[in-house]
Write a protein that binds this ligand. Structure first.
Ligand code: NZQ
Ligand code: ZN
Length: 393
């Protein structure tokens, strides 16, 4: 295990009816002027919008709204939000929605204190300072884990480019998590969310750092809990027990608890952000295409095989074949692919309507034209990325 620091101070307020407490919690945390940020119509259809308005009003809080966050959130709306924050002297941001809404608030919260264009922060040209407007959220979609993570991802649709930045100060102050609010999720969105949760566990799990037994076991537990509960949630969308398990997995997969003391990989997220940056597909769908193909690719690399075998045996209950460990690893990957297929997610780029036209560009972007590699579990070169993309066709 490597040395590490871990600090996650987000207050998790979990369970039935907890959204009713949003006004009082905001006041407790010193809010006086709130910007209420949300996406499209889902919170209006579910009645959550009215609940939030009532709770803020009853708490005597001044607030204004910023609707219109779209999946793969746009920097143009972040810029608009920063203007509102400055003009209206906003002192608290309330995100109501999924990762895209929370990430929009996170980037605004630092952007307000930066004199230049917020894209400088997002693309890493300038490091975020230590001033920010605090962010709180009511989560409606377990997936990105942004409700406790220290990072955010935003797109500039004009370039196009999707990238992100982080800060220890970026974790939300509190997150309200009522699994009942996820009953209205369409099956595809539920499945994409679960794929993302598993991917966050796997980005950390696939490491060559030794002696990380406890965090390995926690990551395996997260993945297996999602695997057990996803079919239940798809069959019975209002199954509170299944929705609760998935929601808690979503947060703990991405708050970096399982990343403690190890080198983390993150190749698949880097690749997926390229894909959804160019083609605007759901993040979880992109991960469903890349992860199994990447694992299959790494079965050819001797140094990666032991962890792939461990994953296949412990997560997917594959039989351990001592003579042919690659066969064991592939059995696990095949079970992952079967699960992805059963959940209604794509396994190839063509199934997602994506062609081969950007392959060179993607490989260049990820390696700065071949100048460096990507990923810690296996250092993917430009050539590796092109070969992998070819398998993902
Ligand atoms: O806009 P509305 O109408 O609200 O509809 C949304 C949206 O269309 C809908 N939705 C959300 N909750 C719902 C619901 N529909 C019905 N009932 C509900 N309860 O779901 C759609 C997708 O929402 P979005 O917020 O985009 O999804 P998700 O939470 O998966 O977030 C994805 C974004 O997070 C980033 C991704 O790259 C992507 O941009 N990520 C952020 C991370 C972080 N900050 O730590 C890490 C992740 O790896 C990820 O990269
Ligand atoms: Zn993700």
């Amino acid at each position: 295990m490597e040395n590490f620091e871990f600090q996650c101070a987000t207050k998790m307020i979990f369970g039935k009816g907890t959204q009713l407490r949003v006004g009082e919690e905001l006041k407790k945390h010193g809010a006086t002027r709130v910007l209420f940020v949300y996406g499209g119509s889902s919170i209006k259809r579910s009645g959550l919008y009215d609940t939030v308005v009532k709770a803020l009003t009853e708490a005597g809080l001044w607030f204004t709204e910023l609707p219109g966050v779209v999946p793969n959130p746009r920097v143009s709306l972040v810029r608009k939000g920063i203007e509102i924050c400055r003009e209206q002297k906003i002192d608290f941001l309330l995100a109501v929605g999924g990762g895209s809404v929370i990430d929009t608030c996170k980037s605004m919260s630092f952007g307000v204190y930066y004199d230049g264009d917020v894209w400088d922060l997002i693309c890493g040209k300038v490091r975020p300072g230590d001033q920010r407007i605090p962010v709180a959220d009511i989560l409606t979609l377990p997936a990105a884990g942004s409700e406790e993570s220290d990072s955010c991802i935003v797109s500039d649709e004009t370039i196009p480019m999707k990238t992100g930045f982080g800060s220890p100060l970026m974790r939300p102050v509190f997150s309200i998590m009522n699994p009942e609010l996820t009953y209205t999720l369409p099956p595809y969105q539920t499945a994409c969310g679960c794929m993302d949760i598993m991917a966050h566990a796997m980005e950390r799990y696939f490491t060559r750092t030794q002696n990380v037994e406890m965090t390995d076991r926690v990551a395996e537990g997260i993945i297996q809990t999602v695997l057990h509960n996803l079919p239940i949630a798809l069959a019975t969308p209002d199954d509170y027990a299944a929705r609760s398990e998935i929601m808690l997995c979503g947060t703990w997969a991405q708050n970096d608890m399982t990343g403690c003391g190890r080198a983390q990989d993150w190749f698949n997220h880097g690749l997926e952000h390229q894909i959804s940056g160019y083609y605007d597909i759901a993040h979880g769908a992109g991960l469903a295409i890349s992860f199994p193909a990447w694992m299959e690719y790494l079965c050819e690399k001797e140094e990666c095989l032991p962890k792939l075998v461990q994953y296949a045996v412990r997560v997917w209950h594959a039989d351990l074949n001592f003579e042919n460990p690659k066969e064991t690893a592939l059995a696990g990957i095949n079970r992952l692919k079967e699960m992805i297929r059963a959940a209604g997610l794509p396994l190839t780029l063509s199934e997602a309507g994506i062609g081969t036209e950007r392959f060179e560009e993607i490989a260049d972007n990820m390696t700065d034209g071949g100048a460096h590699t990507c990923g810690a579990f296996y250092a993917m070169t430009r050539e590796d990325i092109l070969a992998l993309l070819d398998r993902m066709k």
